[in-house]
Design a protein around this ligand. Structure first.
Ligand code: SF4
Length: 326
């Protein structure tokens, strides 16, 4: 049986980040978000562990402390080692199985990986965003795809799990570029991925670009249909998809952002992946004006029917097909 995975999120904002990525609301959250201290991190970890240990049997789950929120390997070295030492206490006690963090591709080198590994780091997620250098430039990322390739190789060389995070709908981006980014992620040998459609948040450069008419976000339909083409590429390669789209827990909702936000974005995408599959079958076999029986395991039923039964409605309206689930 596959173990349940728990990531205990410890949000470490990267105050004073020298970069200026167009989509980042760091400027806005600076001053509103307190620094992460060892004491605060300990409270967060203890609270999560208490609930995880209460509801799960030892040995049936995997828990990792996850330093998210910015470029963990680029924060002040003293703060980083203090937090890593704290996390390592939990690793040594056997209460957690590892430590993970998110960072930028150009904030990885041999020295930092050796240090992280010595504190029990098991996974690093890189914000690759795009494999296209023009898109990276238009997004003011300040690193190239070459940096991602170099960092990914180093992470694998240190036997640390490699996570890659990509965005779709960035300035200068196209569906083709996003699909080739996904293919590059497969080629880099990622173990896990996250897919985020670009959202325009107040206080970002992208917000100003949008107001000046220089940037238009994807529609929800464009973002869902593109992500549904990307998901099978990762699944076929056996890459674990950790997240698709931001959630309300990421402090976003339809009132605070412009763009393809939906509180059930991942559900829409998984539903679309299945709809695309059924539609290929329907077209290949010229099925219309009759019921179609689909045998599926219980846990797949909601993906087949789609969010608010949208897939059932789609096939009824487009092909006059009534889908019957067995
Ligand atoms: S996305 Fe990360 S690297 Fe870019 S400006 Fe924000 S904190 Fe800095």
């Amino acid at each position: 049986m596959k173990k349940r995975n728990f990531h205990i999120p410890v949000f470490v904002p990267h105050k004073g980040c020298p970069h200026d990525c167009v989509f980042c609301n760091q400027r806005k959250i600076t001053g509103q978000t307190d620094d992460m201290t060892v004491q605060k991190a300990r409270e967060i970890i203890d609270n999560h562990l208490e609930s995880i240990e209460k509801h799960n049997k030892k040995g049936e789950y995997k828990a990792e402390i996850a330093f998210f929120g910015g470029s963990f390997t680029a924060i002040e070295r003293e703060q980083m080692t203090e937090l890593l030492s704290l996390a390592y206490e939990y690793v040594k006690s056997g209460r957690v199985d590892g430590v993970r963090c998110s960072t930028r591709p150009d904030c990885i080198d041999d020295e930092i990986l050796t240090l992280c590994k010595s504190y029990g780091m098991t996974a690093i997620e890189l914000g690759l965003q795009s494999a296209d250098d023009f898109v990276l430039q238009c997004s003011a990322r300040g690193h190239s795809f070459e940096d991602t390739k170099r960092a990914s190789d180093l992470i694998k060389k240190h036997s640390i799990e490699l996570g890659l995070q990509m965005m779709t709908g960035l300035p200068g981006d196209t569906d083709e570029k996003s699909l080739s980014t996904a293919k590059e992620i497969v080629a880099l040998g990622a173990d896990t991925v996250r897919i985020y459609p670009t959202l325009v948040m107040e206080g970002t450069h992208l917000w100003d670009m949008h107001r000046r008419g220089e940037y238009s976000p994807q529609t929800l339909e464009q973002a869902v249909s593109l992500a549904a083409k990307i998901v099978p590429l990762f699944r076929d390669a056996g890459i674990d998809i950790l997240r698709i789209g931001l959630q309300t827990t990421d402090n976003v909702n339809e009132r605070t952002v412009i763009g393809p936000y939906h509180n059930a974005f991942a559900e829409l995408v998984y539903g679309r992946v299945i709809r695309d599959k059924i539609e290929s079958h329907v077209r290949e076999n010229k099925i219309h004006d009759r019921p179609l029986e689909i045998e599926a395991p219980k846990e797949k039923i909601s993906q087949i029917t789609g969010h608010k039964k949208e897939n059932l409605i789609y096939f009824k309206e487009k092909y006059n097909i009534d889908i019957k689930l067995i």
